[in-house]
Design a protein around this ligand. Structure first.
Ligand code: FAE
Length: 553
């Protein structure tokens, strides 16, 4: 990163922190023109004008996750003022207990988005209901949407999924990317957009020598060595966690985050979430007004061709503060696969945007996600200190019939548990559709549990080999109901508004000029690895295409 980019990023992070310190949920950074250049200082953050008073604006970005952050940054750099609407809160300042995010093992309202009880992926330990806790309802950082056939985990807040995810930053294999998105120029993706995304996200690989000796990586080495004894190949998994910080955590030179069990309810340190990268850069342009705790409820198109959004502003406790409208010439839907698809399906089927294509809502998949765990023999302990950030994976994607990329994930209970846990990304051709129910006004996803069969069979085939070789067995006490495989949830929702089907080749929705999708909904259900690097790179490509088209209203 150049010195000027570092300065810009530092400034943008400071702007977000100043806003949070001042208790602002909506704010804008005021550009100061001096000697023809645009200069900002951290004190330049001011409350944004109430949304309802803006009238018409050139561009609105819905959401603040990967697709949204890229879109806002590149529009703003091109001189377009951006209004960014995010339903979650800003997570940039510590609460009264000195922490931004709550402790994982003693969660409070900050953990989950308006739930009475946490809904962690692991339901039990040793078969006991000791993981989930009652919590007050609050605008917490992790959401779990429970559709009849599958639950979907999502991040809520300024930074979207980057606030809660495992930081695994993987560029997909080119050959698979080409089969998933054949209409996208792979040469350009792999020479330009993936490198740009990796650079801007701050992706790195952990030091191999440190990994081999670190106490917190023992669990990963144990599972890796077992995989090797069974003939599988492994690979380091790139990350956006600051591995130098992690090394200092282990040496007790820095406050612990990845080594203090933090991940799904947010990391208090170490993680390069979007508010430290793309969103910081975007704020530092001085052209982005951020409205957090603002949820888009409805989208219509006016006779002028402008888009009209109904937006609800809440406080952190869920009290409605205002119901307002904003109008824009160009609208970018970046509310994530679920958020974008639900809003657009509802808009089409309720009659607000009847011109949207039948393809909207289709092509959803869960990236073949499935989890499982094994017990190791007593002489192979996995360690009492485990990094929540995984750095090692089993790469069996070359398997002729059952390709799998299987991350070795921690089970950081703080006591020895002898468990090796795995998150499988498998190739599963099944897809689902978001459907609007006119009588309830709700949108549901029609995924059925049986559609996971391929994913479960793939991970089972791989782990059966390891269990046979090692003389070990599955853990059945972790996922509830005595199950060995967790196939009832996903972290990787993809699709619902596929590129080139529901949209044109840069994300503009067919039938709706000026309405774009630029997030995980564009990707048809699978990328073969954890998806955020692909979402980011594709968003870079698409927004460059939009800017080049000169179509901005
Ligand atoms: P996303 O990041 O979900 O952002 C959408 C934003 O829109 C959110 O902030 C929403 O609150 C907001 N929003 C939604 N609806 C509205 C509305 N109506 N009005 C206003 N705002 C709205 O979308 N991926 C990896 O590559 N590596 C990992 O290690 C990894 N681990 C994960 C772990 C967990 C627990 C979870 C939940 C996800 C993980 N993922 C991981 C997935 C990754 O975070 C996800 O694919 C991206 O965040 C999706 O990016 P989008 O930009 O599509």
């Amino acid at each position: 990163m150049s010195a000027s980019h570092s300065r810009r990023r530092f400034l943008g992070t400071a702007l977000l922190q100043s806003a949070a310190l001042a208790g602002l949920s909506t704010f804008t950074a005021t550009a100061r023109a001096a000697d023809g250049s645009t200069r900002l200082d951290p004190g330049a953050v001011t409350p944004a004008r109430p949304l309802g008073q803006l009238g018409r604006v050139p561009a609105v970005v819905v959401g603040s996750g990967y697709g949204a952050a890229v879109t806002a940054l590149r529009l703003a750099e091109a001189g377009v003022p951006v209004v960014m609407l995010e339903m979650g809160r800003l997570w940039s300042q510590p609460a009264a207990d000195g922490r931004i995010f709550c402790k994982t093992l003693s969660p409070d309202g900050r953990a989950m988005w308006f739930k009475d009880r946490t809904e962690a992926p692991l339901q039990t330990f040793l078969g006991l209901d000791v993981i989930n806790r009652k919590i007050p309802r609050y605008a917490g950082v992790l959401d779990r949407i429970n559709y009849p056939g599958i639950s979907v985990y999502l991040g809520r807040g300024v930074g979207g999924g980057s606030l809660v995810n495992g930081s695994m930053a993987v560029t997909p294999k080119r050959s698979y990317f080409e089969t998933v998105l054949p209409e996208v120029n792979a040469d350009e993706m792999y020479s330009r957009w993936f490198p740009l995304a990796n650079r801007t996200l701050g992706v790195e690989v952990v030091s191999a020598s440190w990994f081999e000796t670190a106490r917190s990586q023992r669990y990963a080495r144990v599972a890796r060595d077992a995989a090797h004894r069974s003939g599988f190949k492994t690979t380091f998994v790139p990350t956006v966690y600051d591995t130098a910080w992690l090394q200092r955590e282990e040496a007790s030179q820095q406050p612990r985050s990845a080594l203090a069990q933090e991940v799904i309810y947010g990391n208090n340190h170490g993680k390069r979430s979007l508010d430290k990268t793309y969103l910081a850069d975007a704020m530092a342009t001085g052209r982005v007004s951020l409205y957090s705790l603002h949820q888009v409820l409805r989208i219509r198109r006016e006779a002028t061709g402008d888009y009209l959004l109904d937006v609800r502003q809440i406080d952190e406790h869920g009290t409605v503060l205002a119901e307002v409208q904003v109008r824009c010439g160009t609208l970018f839907m970046c509310a994530g696969s679920v958020g974008t698809s639900e809003l657009l399906v509802k808009a089409r089927d309720s009659g607000d945007l009847p011109q949207l294509s039948d393809e909207v809502g289709r092509g959803w998949g869960h990236n073949g996600n499935v989890m499982a765990a094994r017990t190791n023999p007593v002489w192979l302990p996995t360690g009492t200190l485990q990094s929540t950030m995984p750095f090692m994976g089993i790469d069996d994607w070359a398997h002729p019939t059952r390709p799998a990329f299987v991350e070795i994930t921690p089970l950081p209970t703080g006591i020895e548990n002898w468990v090796s846990m795995y998150l499988g990304v498998t190739r599963n051709p099944e897809r689902a559709t978001f459907r609007y129910n006119a009588s309830t006004g709700q949108v549901a996803l029609d995924w059925r549990r049986e559609q996971n069969a391929t994913s479960v069979a793939t991970l089972k085939a791989l782990l059966d080999v390891i269990n046979t070789q090692e003389g070990t067995r599955y853990r059945t006490d972790l996922f509830g109901g005595g199950r060995a495989f967790a196939d009832d949830f996903t972290y990787h929702p993809l699709g619902g508004c596929l590129l080139g089907r529901a949209t044109d080749l840069i994300g503009q929705l067919k039938g709706c000029p000026g309405l774009y999708v630029n997030d995980s909904s564009l990707i048809p259900g699978s990328v073969g690895v954890n998806p955020f690097v692909t979402i980011t790179a594709l968003a870079e490509r698409n927004v460059a295409g939009v800017l080049a088209s000169g179509r901005l209203g």
